[in-house]
Design a protein around this ligand. Structure first.
Ligand code: SF4
Length: 308
């Protein structure tokens, strides 16, 4: 992404415009299950699931997960196998194991409660600045900015005339602006509204400026360049014979959920043909990530889902 001009002012008096987005949100808000709770555990689960998975897919898994693991303690006590099984289909399975490591720390050392402090939150596995602020604002009611990719895109366009649809303020600048314009008494609705606006109106390409509450206030409103898809070459994903590595890993876990397999059996069950050395390399990385166990038995290599 091209960094937008840092000329955008970082201290902005936006008080007269807060009502535009907040009124829009009152009639356009998405009804999402994690917006009906203030439970730090439930909000954390949604945030981790949403990190690399789309909203529609997460809504399919969210309730089942909470039924199986209703608290940090329940998640901490579960077997890895059950955790990975429940996560199966959401992708990027290491997130599930990091979540369980976090649950074990919270259950063992923090009496089953998350700290209401963004610095302490960021010391837990899998929690970066975005997730810490999302928890701070959505679960603990703190007046904090929350800058995901949608919010960053909107802030970029609002305060600078962009020259490409994928132009983005640098991250530090985006957080500073977000903090500067945050309505302190309506932080929750404001942050959720930015996410909704970015998801359906100020989209990456072809934003619907006519339907946007900021249309008369935005520096990039109706710019023709926003209708053009970037010609940037997408970052190449590691893959085998055209199939992304993460898909291969998901395929391996799915097979192993049914039963442990010997390497040759596993190889022939995969939907993509891997050479033996390629499969061994994938298995070795998955073992390092704690997803599977590999053991030798009478000259055979047996692979199974991590159990404890
Ligand atoms: S006016 Fe258009 S470019 Fe500006 S924030 Fe709204 S949708 Fe995005």
């Amino acid at each position: 992404m091209t960094p937008a001009s840092p000329a955008a002012k970082r201290t902005i008096d936006f008080r007269n415009h807060h009502h535009l987005l907040l009124e829009w949100y009152a009639s356009h808000r998405r009804d999402l299950p994690w917006r009906r709770t203030r439970s730090p555990y439930r909000i954390l689960i949604s945030e981790i699931m949403l990190q690399q998975t789309q909203v529609a897919r997460v809504t399919l898994y969210y309730r089942d997960w909470l039924r199986l693991f209703p608290s940090f303690r329940a998640l901490a006590a579960a077997s890895k196998r059950d955790v990975l099984q429940a996560w199966s289909g959401l992708g990027y399975n290491s997130r599930a194991l990091r979540l369980q490591s976090l649950a074990r720390i919270v259950a063992d050392q923090q009496r089953g409660r998350l700290p209401a402090d963004t610095i302490l939150l960021q010391q837990l596995p899998g929690i970066g600045k975005y997730t810490a602020h999302a928890l701070g604002c959505f679960a603990f009611g703190l007046s904090l900015p929350v800058v995901d990719v949608n919010a960053r895109r909107i802030l970029t366009r609002l305060f600078s005339k962009v020259t490409a649809a994928d132009e983005m303020l640098d991250e530090k600048c985006a957080w500073e602006i977000a903090a500067s314009i945050l309505p302190r008494d309506a932080a929750y609705d404001w942050n959720q509204a930015l996410m909704d606006l970015g998801a359906g109106t100020c989209t990456a390409v072809n934003p619907v400026c006519d339907a946007c509450p900021f249309t008369d206030r935005c520096s990039s409103s109706h710019l023709p360049v926003l209708r053009l898809r970037s010609v940037r070459t997408p970052r190449k994903e590691p893959s085998f014979h055209g199939v992304p590595r993460r898909i291969v890993r998901g395929n391996i876990l799915k097979i192993l959920h049914a039963q442990s397999r010997e390497v040759a059996e596993l190889r022939s069950s995969l939907s993509v043909r891997l050479r033996r050395h390629e499969l061994l390399a994938v298995l070795s990385a998955m073992q390092r990530d704690g997803l599977i166990e590999v053991r030798k038995l009478r000259g055979r290599i047996l692979v199974s889902i991590a159990s404890s």
